[in-house]
Design a protein around this ligand. Structure first.
Ligand code: REY
Length: 416
């Protein structure tokens, strides 16, 4: 287990817990000062030891490795435990790249909101205005799609009903967007246009089609020119249909549905089933930079950021905007970002309202509901600090918002 806290710009990395809870720049505590202090920005200090415990728990529950990074004004905390590669035994580290799954949806939404800023797109215009004849109902708008209120069925429900065979059947496949939309349209819609929130990857396949139509470029180029290059995200890129993650990266291990079966190395895949809904690679550092920039108002106009944060209810203690999720934490603080779940990788990436504190956390396994729920504790440690209220442990997995109902997984084996 390695963990450190540094002031950004200094190369001082220290190991182990004794250093953890005190940012390198923190003043010594005065007598009578409460254990939980508010850092600049009004948030309680990050509980780095708590973060460490979350990662340790996640590892015990079946993830080969887990890591997290918190960027907070001028200081950075990071922690990691376990391995990036079960074959070589190499330790996982926050320098490792990984598949961010649905955090990709935030990138897609940002590109579309930038296009709205440029008056090339109207959020309340029908999708069919830009992509004539694509959808069977002219009333489905861009806003409905970005807020998962289009009623478009999630084709991944059927694709991954059986996790390992479903994955193996598509891991080398290359789909067109149209083929993915057609799979969705084979099924009845889940709601009328503008109805209740119902998470569906199909919506963000449509988002990718809109980006390509309106920019005249691939989504890869749109992400690159509009987000990745301006923010100098050196670990971030769209990987499709290539299968190999270049550079230092964590391997991802899919948990089979059968208890006790061996983890499946799922690192190499086309991710063509996900594309603009989930095929970006990144790192904890880059995700924090990205979400801080977004919430800080540096990627879109304030007006579009406000649109992105028009919330619809999306389950207990959370809401969905436009490609952006709000999570309401136990200490009363809300954070903004997304989660990701592609085969082998669970990601949490969230930032504070002003973007000045951000957390990215990864476990290099998936299809393990216990791990997914435990990893959520990283948000509590990062943003609520020691004020975090212990969550009731429950045998029943809460329905995870980013996994379509049909692909909901049972709690994974708890090997503690
Ligand atoms: C895909 C299945 C879930 C994941 C999904 N992912 O919609 C989006 C995201 C892109 O990131 C797979 N689960 C797993 C199953 C369940 O196969 N039978 O956990 O690896 O949210």
């Amino acid at each position: 287990m390695v963990s450190a806290t540094v002031v950004r710009g200094t190369a001082v990395a220290a190991a182990l817990v004794s250093l953890l809870a005190v940012p390198a720049h923190a003043a010594p505590r005065e007598p009578g000062t409460p254990a939980v202090r508010a850092s600049a920005g009004g948030l309680p200090d990050t509980d780095v030891k708590g973060l460490w415990n979350v990662l340790r728990t996640v590892k015990r529950q079946g993830a080969p490795g887990a890591m997290a990074r918190v960027d907070d004004h001028d200081s950075v905390h990071w922690a990691a435990t376990g391995v990036a590669d079960r074959g070589s035994g190499r330790s996982i580290s926050n320098a490792d790249r990984f598949r961010i799954g649905s955090v990709t949806k935030v990138f897609s939404a940002v590109v579309l909101l930038q296009l709205a800023d440029e008056r090339k797109l109207k959020l309340d215009a029908p999708v069919n205005h830009y992509l004539p004849g694509l959808l069977p109902d002219d009333r489905i708008t861009v806003r409905h799609v970005l807020s998962h209120r289009s009623g478009l069925y999630d084709y991944t429900n059927d694709m991954f009903a059986r996790s390992v065979p479903g994955f193996e059947a598509v891991r080398k496949k290359v789909f067109t967007y149209r083929q993915l939309v057609d799979r969705s349209l084979d099924k009845p819609r889940t709601t009328g246009p503008g109805g209740a929130y119902s998470y569906s990857n199909t919506n963000f396949v449509v988002a990718g089609m809109l980006i390509e139509k309106l920019t005249g470029h691939s989504v890869r180029i749109a992400y690159q020119r509009r987000i990745i290059d301006p923010l100098q995200l050196r670990d971030t890129f769209y990987l499709h249909p290539g299968t190999k993650i270049p550079g230092r990266h964590a391997r991802g291990y899919l948990t089979p549905d059968t208890a006790g079966a061996k983890l499946v190395d799922a690192t190499e895949q086309t991710a063509s089933w996900a594309q603009s809904a989930g095929a970006i690679i990144s790192s904890t550092r880059d995700l924090n930079t990205f979400l801080s920039a977004l919430l800080g108002g540096r990627l879109t106009s304030r007006a579009q950021l406000t649109q992105m944060q028009r919330w619809v209810p999306a389950g207990t203690s959370q809401a969905y905007g436009l490609g952006l999720r709000r999570r309401d934490l136990s200490c009363g603080i809300s954070v903004y970002g997304h989660t990701g779940a592609v085969q082998g990788y669970y990601t949490y990436a969230f930032a504070s309202k002003d973007g000045r504190r951000s957390l990215a956390a990864l476990a290099n396994t998936s299809n393990n509901g216990t791990v997914l729920n435990s990893l959520r504790g990283a948000l509590e440690s990062a943003f609520c600090g020691k004020e975090a209220k212990p969550r009731k442990s429950s045998a029943r997995i809460e329905r995870h918002e980013d996994i379509a109902p049909g692909t909901l997984v049972a709690p994974g084996p708890d090997r503690s």
